[in-house]
Design a protein around this ligand. Sequence first.
Ligand code: SF4
Ligand code: SF4
Length: 258
Amino acid sequence: MPKKKPRLAVWKFASCDGCQLSLLDCEDDLLAVADAIEIAYFPEARRGRIVGRYDLSLVEGSITTAHDSERIKDVRKRSRHLVTIGACATAGGIQALRNFADVKEYVSIVYAQPDYIHTLSTSTAIADHVPVDFELRGCPINKRQLVEVISAFLVGRRPATPPHSVCVECKLKGNVCVVVAHGMPCLGPVTHAGCNALCPSFNRGCYGCYGPMETPNTRSLSRKLAELGMDRRDLERIYRTFNANAEAFREESKRHGS
Ligand code: SF4
Ligand code: SF4
């Protein structure tokens, strides 16, 4: 009898779908593992769904509604392994800017019929609601790393994704440092690796879309950024983008503002 293939499910919460698109964009790389898995639930890629339990669930998006805070518990119950993918799922995403503002005011400005909007006052990471087996960072995630994570869980090993900073990737590529050479602000020293130092490779500072690395020295970086001319408002805002609610960025941002 042929061996039963592990079941993969892909779930969407509050997000732009970019990380799911990264999965579709894997194309040939994904085909290499596609033979070994059964894509049991992935609405963006196929209409049919297999209900029941899943061996690996990939979760994109953050929790922004009471309904989703219940739905994720159900996903957790059905999943042997649960991996969150992208800045929304791992840190709350750009929509977590609401955590620093008055949501009711936002809703009244943005929507013609605010009464129809049922939202929580915060956007939070999946790990704030249920236990998570692995977090894959990025906005969007790197498809090479995604294939590595899927392959690792299929064979029962820890994914080999580096925990160091973008600076390490930048040095390995032989880039000239934009901070040292041009006095340009760059969050590379505190940002999680994974993009292969994309922005500094094009002579631009990193703005932290992969979120904080494992042990980021944000205080020291902020001192350097202040020397480069950033005032308190700039320092408050530089950490408040896609990963504004990731603890290290959130706390450093707060130190300079509200
Ligand atoms: S350019 Fe940015 S990422 Fe590259 S070494 Fe300098 S500080 Fe680090
Ligand atoms: S260099 Fe920074 S901002 Fe640019 S892709 Fe990499 S992590 Fe994102």
